[in-house]
Design a protein around this ligand. Structure first.
Ligand SMILES: NC(=O)c1ccc[n+]([C@@H]2O[C@H](COP(=O)([O-])OP(=O)(O)OC[C@H]3O[C@@H](n4cnc5c(N)ncnc54)[C@H](O)[C@@H]3O)[C@@H](O)[C@H]2O)c1
Length: 356
């Protein structure tokens, strides 16, 4: 029987990839995309499916309880996948309250509305599931000198940035709903994603865009901070598998076992961009080391053993292939890039949050 997914943040990077992935891989789904359309949300990402009868969109803030409640009444979703968040660490350092509002209060509002909609007379919740899309950043930082240590699902939460603190707080509310009300939840904690539709404030699309325009490539500190990079389609598949196969109440770490220092990523982008457009001016001379991010975590590394063992998930896209696919996508979508880097998008924070 057809299932209805209420997907929040579906106009953002991972959310739009997930909406497209679900509609492409399942005939019998209905997707309701609930997105406030901040600077990071862009309906152009979903132009190919806007007329698909299985897809609906609502411009709604997940903190707006009456509006979210009305969506539950209207669409009667079977599942909630909560992607909606403020997601950029640098912005969280400047505007922590905005991150607390959307990432913490927005999550509590979603949990509350889902609980009210799904609770049955006997206190159970039927065949429903709430999935919180979280991040490996909630675990804090690992040492570069101990490459055999990894984040596991039982690693204590130790967030450092306002972004990761807001995501860890949200995770704790999701856990509390499971523990207190027997509410059917899963949490996925994924490593760094890359791929199509990522907003060019994040490392990989920023470097691709700047390299293609011969602009400086700003690298924080010594550039040796390590992240575990996963192609976004592999993350989407993991979420699909956890929703339908994950054991209720469990946390699943999702990662590519693909740990690379930022300098490796930047050098790979320079080499691949230069090759793709046959431009010898794209060289490492564009790299510029800039003052390190405050509280910059040194290393993230995920052991995705549990999701592999329990659900058979594994990362299918090798980094060497994924980065070429990503560069090719940005080259084919220059209009998208110039649209999202236009003043209107970039000034969003100024307009919304400065001086309030
Ligand atoms: N990007 C990564 O590498 C990564 C890795 C692990 C986990 N995550 C998590 O995945 C989720 C999606 O990340 P992303 O990179 O796609 O983010 P993104 O910034 O690209 O997209 C976020 C989306 O949420 C929407 N949104 C923001 N505030 C909202 C609100 N109050 N109400 C409704 N919609 C709102 C935005 O309009 C946007 O469409 C986030 O929860 C993030 O913490 C991201």
């Amino acid at each position: 029987m057809s299932k209805t997914y209420l997907v929040t943040g579906g106009a953002g990077f991972i959310g739009s990839n997930f909406v497209l992935y679900m509609l492409e891989n399942h005939d019998d789904v209905r997707i309701v995309n609930v997105d406030k359309l901040t600077y990071a949300g862009n309906l152009e990402n979903l132009a190919d499916v806007e007329d698909d009868p299985r897809y609906a969109f609502s411009q709604t803030d997940i903190c707006d309880k009456p509006a979210v409640k009305a969506l539950f009444e209207k669409y009667q979703p079977d599942y909630v996948v909560n992607f909606a968040a403020e997601s950029h660490v640098d912005r969280s350092i400047k505007y922590p309250e905005v991150f607390a509002e959307t990432n913490v209060m927005g999550t509590v509002t979603m949990l509350n509305c889902a609980k009210e909609a799904w609770e049955q007379a006997d206190g159970t919740y039927g065949d429903h599931k709430y999935l919180q899309v979280s991040t490996d950043e909630v675990y804090g930082s690992l040492s570069i000198d101990e490459p055999d240590t990894f984040f596991r699902e039982d690693t204590p939460l130790n967030p450092h940035s306002p972004y990761s603190a807001s995501k860890a707080s949200a995770d704790m509310f999701v856990k509390a709903y499971g523990d207190t009300y027997g509410f059917p939840v899963n949490i996925t904690r994924c490593s760094n994603n890359y791929g199509p539709y990522q907003f060019p404030e994040k490392l990989i699309p920023l470097m691709i865009n700047n390299a293609l325009h011969h602009e400086k490539l700003p690298v924080y500190g010594d550039g040796m901070n390590v992240r575990d990079w996963l192609y976004v389609a592999d993350h989407c598949k993991a979420i699909d598998m956890v929703l339908t196969g994950g054991k209720t109440g469990e946390v699943y770490n999702v990662g590519g076992h693909n740990e690379k220092p930022n300098m490796f990523i930047v050098r790979s982008i320079i080499a691949e961009c230069s090759k793709a457009v046959d431009d010898p001016a794209i060289t490492e001379a564009l790299i510029e080391h800039v003052t390190d991010r405050k509280g910059h975590d040194r290393r993230y590394g995920i052991a995705p053993d549990k999701i592999k063992a329990d659900l058979g998930w594994y990362p299918e896209t090798a980094f060497e292939d994924g980065i070429v696919l990503t560069i090719d996508w940005y080259l084919a979508h220059e209009e998208w890039m110039s649209h999202v880097t236009s003043g209107a998008y970039m000034d969003y924070y100024k307009r919304m949050y400065e001086g309030r």
